[in-house]
Design a protein around this ligand. Structure first.
Ligand SMILES: NC(=O)c1ccc[n+]([C@@H]2O[C@H](COP(=O)([O-])OP(=O)(O)OC[C@H]3O[C@@H](n4cnc5c(N)ncnc54)[C@H](OP(=O)(O)O)[C@@H]3O)[C@@H](O)[C@H]2O)c1
Length: 252
């Protein structure tokens, strides 16, 4: 049985993950929507995909719980089987957390949460799921524009995403011979719940950020989702080991 391309998007119950899922679905990609407990949010994403004539399913996955990855891989395999295949094509590592504050306020728990989620979780999820990736498949890791420009009080978060970018490049070299490409997308400030919703709700912050951005405003989630879906598309098949910033030209 021939099936469409299939993507898995982590943290797709809201925010950029949901936007990526919808943008992929618009382009005919089936989507596995993962969430770490917000089943209602994930169901909404699935319903939105279905409303546009697409196909999606929700699975639970906490990317900080590396010990659950083996059983998650089996659950994913079972879902793929229900769709008549044993492989998927696009892994979007979107789920992530930020803890923001100056050097002296960051606790060891904060550090471990950010690194344990963004770096450890992303790395071991790739390790677990690459065996299910189809020939010609790909991994897209969500980073941040903060790996290029420095902003005070973002050190641990930025460092975690810099690590994600470094592992993306190295894994591109490692997995290239298997036909798998690996890239990172680096959003600039975007209007989601992230950072307490500040980029969406704090008018003062939005104004400051707009003044630092070539295109003169904060990004919208759909703009990141579209970029992820475009990077995932056939027209980008020769692109690997790249960091693509989607920030409207933040802090140039
Ligand atoms: N918005 C921005 O300005 C911006 C800029 C650059 C990069 N990013 C990156 O873009 C990605 C998505 O951010 P967003 O703006 O959509 O933020 P968001 O609205 O806060 O969403 C974060 C998503 O990650 C999920 N998540 C967090 N920890 C998780 C875990 N341990 N296991 C599974 N899922 C987990 C959240 O799940 P819950 O709903 O359960 O919390 C949620 O789905 C993140 O990697 C973030 O670092 C965002």
């Amino acid at each position: 049985m021939t099936v469409d391309k299939i993507a898995l998007v982590t943290g797709a119950n809201r925010g950029l993950g949901r936007s990526a899922a919808l943008a992929l679905a618009t382009r005919g990609v089936r989507v596995v929507v993962t969430h770490r407990g917000d089943a209602a949010g994930a169901d909404t994403t699935v319903e939105q995909v279905q409303a546009m004539g697409g196909t999606a399913a929700a699975l639970r996955l906490d990317i900080s719980d590396v010990s659950s990855f083996a059983s998650f891989t089996s659950e994913l395999g079972a879902q793929l089987e229900r769709w008549g295949t044993s492989r998927f094509d696009i892994l979007v590592n979107n789920a992530g957390v930020g803890v923001f504050g100056p050097l002296e306020t960051v606790t060891i728990d904060d550090f471990d949460t950010v690194m344990g989620t963004n770096v450890r979780g992303t790395f071991f999820l790739i390790q677990s799921l690459v065996p299910l990736l189809a020939q010609g498949g790909q991994v897209i890791n969500v980073s941040t524009s903060l790996t290029r420009h420095a902003s005070p009080a973002t050190s641990v978060y930025s460092a975690s995403k810099a690590a994600v970018e470094a592992l993306s490049r190295t894994l591109a070299a490692e997995l290239g011979p298997r036909g798998i490409r690996v890239n990172s997308i680096a959003p600039g400030p975007t209007a989601t719940d992230f950072n307490g919703g500040a980029m969406r709700d704090d008018a003062g912050m939005r104004q400051v950020l707009a003044g630092q951005t070539a295109l003169g405003r904060v990004g919208e989630p759909e703009e990141i989702g579209d970029a992820i879906a475009t990077l995932a598309s056939e027209g980008m098949r020769w692109v690997t080991a790249q960091r693509i910033e989607v920030s409207g030209g933040a802090l140039l």
